[in-house]
Design a protein around this ligand. Structure first.
Ligand code: NAD
Length: 475
């Protein structure tokens, strides 16, 4: 496994290295090179040199697409290894890593198809002119991604950026750099020219900050916490960098009394416990219409109690280890706050181990939660659900929108008009009706309010990586 820095298609050592731990076993996993300012500078220079080289600039768009298809094929050939490594590094169950890898492959294929379809317009302007627009690559992209979907979220940024003709410096999360390094290795094998994709693990406050400040970077594509996103936005002002931010969430999952209740309970369960709740769009606030509250809560508590943490490599495991000891401590501190603030703990609530090891947290459900409690207002990023009750549609919508965040929402109802009405009223970038947590490369994803701006995926993401140039020809 490659553990150095990928800069200009060469594997470079760094002055510092750091150790990764498997969060499910607490065993050492790998020792990885750590980028500092000098290494970030070298990576940005490599990306810029590639951007300005004939090899990349004059490469026909369809050939760029062909490289992306080839990269997708190589990812597919290595998919088993990629899923294994993701699970060892992140602690998520293997079946989830397989889903992540499959989506990363699809994302590369989807944007490979876009490479030769980015066109400008001819414009009906006044006067004797022929006026048209060109879509040009925005330049060098700094992609900064978190630890919850390391390969998948990297692909959401790298694939459209390369398709648009940008070059990329990818900074994976400090905790989970391994599949990003494998992606870099496969990009070299696929035949991307030196500097098109550079991969530089390192701590956010050092490597990430250096990328944000670097004058040679044209755009930062960030996924992570709202706090760091706010810092990036302020810092990027100095160099007028383009910025898109995919940030945190506290998404409402709303169950109306007329829903298919068993489907809704299953949706509530996977909405919060998939990915151990370390999912930006996790349905972490469950809003239940009073008439069905007792029924829903009883079933949910029963299901959560059965969802015992397990070895991520066991095919029956549906709840893996949280990503680190630090994250485990954060989640447990929220559970303590929930109890202190008077919510009713009806399932889970404790740390756990598997074979005496690992950073696990039980599937936890709080009933009788209220706005104003930390477990309702703040993103926990762990397997902790807060259940709130509402009396009618209006109150349900009001509670759903009573959040700083606006990333996603779920609605469970059999009433089609209500489904559309509520979907319109919710301030969130994605609304799932009678389903939850589905993603597709064709479907844009991103936030309202403190959940950020700009969209990953879909045709919209390509706007993040292109500039529009208007050309006037006097006739
Ligand atoms: P984080 O903000 O701490 O880190 C995210 C990335 O930013 C990491 O690569 C980190 O090293 C880097 N970073 C940290 N400080 C930096 C700085 N000063 N300058 C530049 N880079 C810096 O977030 P995290 O804890 O890794 O991830 C969890 C957060 O990500 C949650 O809030 C979650 O909701 C969010 N998230 C959002 C989405 C989405 O699409 N909206 C998806 C996944 C995760």
């Amino acid at each position: 496994m490659k553990t150095d820095l990928l800069i200009g298609n060469e594997w470079r050592a760094a002055a510092k290295r750091y150790c990764l731990t498997n969060p499910a076993t607490e065993e050492p996993l790998a020792e990885v090179a750590e980028a500092g300012e000098a290494e970030i500078d070298a990576a940005v220079r490599a990306a810029r040199a590639c951007l300005e080289s004939k090899q990349w600039r004059e490469l026909p768009a369809r050939k760029r697409g062909a490289l992306l298809y080839r990269l997708a094929d190589l990812l597919e050939q290595r998919s088993k290894d990629l899923a294994d490594v993701e699970t060892k590094n992140n602690g998520k169950p293997l079946f989830e890593s397989k889903i992540d890898v499959a989506m990363a492959i699809e994302t590369f294929r989807y944007y490979a198809g876009w490479a030769d379809k980015l066109t400008g317009d001819t414009l009906p302007v006044n006067g004797n002119f022929f006026t048209y627009t060109l879509r040009e690559p925005v330049g060098v992209v700094g992609a900064i991604v978190p630890w919850n979907f390391p390969l998948n979220l990297a692909s959401w940024k790298v694939a459209p950026a390369l398709a648009a003709g940008c070059t990329v410096v990818l900074k994976p999360a400090h905790e989970t750099p391994l599949t990003a390094l494998m992606l870099g290795e496969l990009a070299v094998e696929a035949g991307f020219p030196a500097g098109a994709l550079n991969v530089v693990p390192g701590p956010g406050a050092v490597a990430g900050a250096a990328l944000v400040r670097h004058p040679g970077v044209d755009k930062i594509a960030f996924t992570g916490s709202t706090e760091v996103g706010q810092w990036i936005m302020r810092e990027a002002a100095a160099t007028v960098k383009r910025v898109t931010l995919e940030l945190g969430g506290k998404s409402p999952n709303i169950i109306f009394a007329d829903a298919d209740l068993s489907a809704a309970v299953r949706g509530a369960q996977t909405g919060i416990f998939y990915g151990k709740g370390e999912v930006c769009a996790a349905g972490s606030r469950l809003l239940v219409e009073r008439a069905v509250h007792d029924q829903i809560v009883e079933q949910l508590a029963e299901r959560a109690k059965k969802l015992t943490p397990g070895d991520p490599f066991d095919k029956n495991t549906r709840l893996g280890a949280v990503v680190s000891k630090r994250q485990q401590e954060t989640v447990l501190s929220y559970i303590a706050a929930g109890q202190k603030e008077g919510a009713r703990l009806i399932a889970g609530g404790k740390p756990a181990t598997v074979n005496g090891k690992g950073y696990y947290v039980e599937a936890t459900v709080f009933d009788a939660a209220q706005p104003g409690m930390k477990i309702v207002d703040e993103e926990i990023f762990g397997p902790v659900l807060a259940v709130l009750t509402f009396d009618d549609e209006e109150e349900g919508i009001r509670l759903a929108n009573r959040s700083l965040y606006g990333l996603a929402a779920g609605i469970w109802t059999k009433d089609v008009q209500k489904a559309h009405r509520v979907a319109r009223a919710i301030k969130a970038g994605t609304v799932w009706v009678n389903t939850y947590n589905f993603y597709d490369p064709a479907a844009p994803f991103g936030g309202y309010k403190f959940s950020g701006f700009g969209r990953d995926l879909g045709r919209e993401a390509l706007d993040n990586y292109t500039e529009t140039k208007t050309v006037w020809i006097g006739l």
